[in-house]
Design a protein around this ligand. Structure first.
Ligand code: ATP
Length: 232
């Protein structure tokens, strides 16, 4: 065991109505590090994130956040410093950007979010439903960072985003890991872009992890990733 892991998932099985959709998941993410979680549709990436966040019962194995066992309880995960940004981003479309930021209920207000992402300043009074996908994603990240997460799980951030928007937003996560020491798990369909900001990568297939390795190494060996996508 590595003691410096902010997130440690060991032998995890989790699923729906008592039936595992993911099995034997082992993932460790140190502080300040990004893990790209890859795999085809239905491989179990979202299920893994939801189980790590305590949103699904743990059917076997364990999840710990900074040494605290989560035990399938979302309040344990939150208290331990874990935040999940879901693939729908969880922003409220009828509320303005400022109102969405206020929902984080940060004691420092939302100033820190604007310092970090000055692009949001000019959008404060705009309704979220009128923002671009990239702006909504930036807002979702900004709001979540107000909660000062130690572990951040990001589910398919680039869903519905243009390639240009993806290219702009992924480096923001790199910055969060580097500057705040946040441990990040990034579920992505854009394999190459995810690998370019990640430290490590894991590929899932049929509910299991079939390949793990340093992101830079896997980036040079796309054939291996391709094979893992097909379960070889
Ligand atoms: P995608 O990229 O399509 O989101 P994924 O890798 O995130 O895929 P999951 O959404 O975790 O995969 O799905 C893993 C398995 O669990 C799939 O077989 C899926 O059908 C099943 N599953 C997902 N959500 C539920 C649910 N609410 N009830 C029952 N089964 C579910």
């Amino acid at each position: 065991d590595r003691t410096d892991d902010a997130l440690a998932i060991r032998g995890l099985s989790a699923g729906y109505r008592g039936v595992p959709a993911v099995r034997d998941i082992d993932l460790q993410v140190p502080a300040g590090s990004i893990l790209a979680l890859l795999g085809p549709n239905g491989a179990g990436k979202t299920t893994t994130l939801r189980a790590a966040a305590g949103l699904l019962p743990v059917l076997g194995g364990s999840v710990t956040v900074l040494g605290t066992p989560i035990a399938g309880r979302v309040e344990h995960a939150t208290r331990a410093g874990l935040c999940l940004i879901p693939d729908n981003r969880g922003v409220f479309h009828r509320l303005t950007v400022a109102e969405n930021l206020r929902l984080a209920r940060s004691k420092d207000g939302y100033g820190p979010a604007l310092d970090r992402f000055p692009q949001l300043r000019g959008l404060l009074n705009r309704r979220c439903g009128l923002l671009s996908g990239g702006e909504q994603q930036l807002l979702a990240i900004a709001r979540t960072l107000l909660l000062r997460p130690r572990v951040l799980l990001v589910d398919e951030m680039s869903m519905g985003l243009s390639p240009v928007a993806v290219q702009r937003i992924l480096p923001e996560l790199r910055r969060v890991a580097d500057e705040d020491g946040t441990a990040i798990v990034l579920v992505e369909q854009h394999i190459d872009q995810a690998l370019s900001v990640a430290d490590e990568a894991a590929v899932m297939h049929h509910g299991r992890i079939v390949l793990t390795g340093p992101a830079a190494e896997l980036r040079q060996d796309r054939a291996r990733i391709q094979r893992a996508y097909f379960g070889d």
